[in-house]
Design a protein around this ligand. Sequence first.
Ligand code: SF4
Length: 316
Amino acid sequence: MVFGLFKSKSKSSFRSVLGYNMDGKPAHVRIVDGSSEEPAVDLTMHITENCNFSCRHCYVSSGPTVKDQLMKEDIIKVIDQSSKYNCAGLLLTGGEPFLHPDLDGILRYAKDKITPISIFTNGFWVTDIKRTTKRLKELRNLGCDHIKFSIEDKFHMEFISEEKRLIIKHLISISDNSMPVLETNHEKEKVDPVGNALSMPESELKLNDPENELCYDLWFDYCKVSFKKMINEAHLTIRANGDVYSCSFYVKKIGNIKTDALSAIVNSFFSDEEYNIIAEHGPQELARRKGIPEEEIKRRFLEHPCKFCHDLLNEN
Ligand code: SF4
């Protein structure tokens, strides 16, 4: 089962007004204006950055000594504030979300307010089939629609036992409507150069051959389309310290749920000049406007598109 199948359809419900790009040319900027037609938001919450594993590739640099975690009250505040939008879904992740002391309470509160609710976990809490089945049914009743177990790649496999992996796979094969939809992540040999992975050898990183220009235009178009989709759905990634980003790789902070209202965060997301340039013209245009020479744009983008985008949006 693919997670996307759960997604509710988002309405196109933005008020388009004219704003101005950095070069003074007009650009469409979306504003949340409190009208009845509200835009969609899609919430990813890293409810804790604490984790009992310390995977070498962890893009959020989680581990047993990282203690940041979202308070239940802050999570509830965001859930309440999201009710005025077409909320496309809530993903609870980490760190390891099952280490959050209020996980059940968070689910109970979000149930019937947001659908679907998903959890990404490393599966450490899985015991035997009987007890885990009981827990899965409990999670379903609490409002959890979907659980993804990260157990299929060599990095997580350094921590999870073979016995647990077999139990999880068996549970997936026997699961029914009384449990959340269960799935595992995809196998991966190489990872994106972000978070902990920045200190890994290049042989384990997803890096393109800078000489291979075949995918250059294709990638830029892909970025443009992804950004358009991301902006249309306001995909908000909330870190365990409350900071909000536009992308799960923690690209460009746009607010903090402890100090800013969700409507202000969503507004700055939609009206962000840099996001709109990427969505309309592609990341290379933003790089040009930042004065990066054409050859350097090509080289950095071909090396790793996501890292380039990350650096572009975080550097001035
Ligand atoms: S299990 Fe997930 S959150 Fe924990 S260290 Fe590994 S990748 Fe990071």
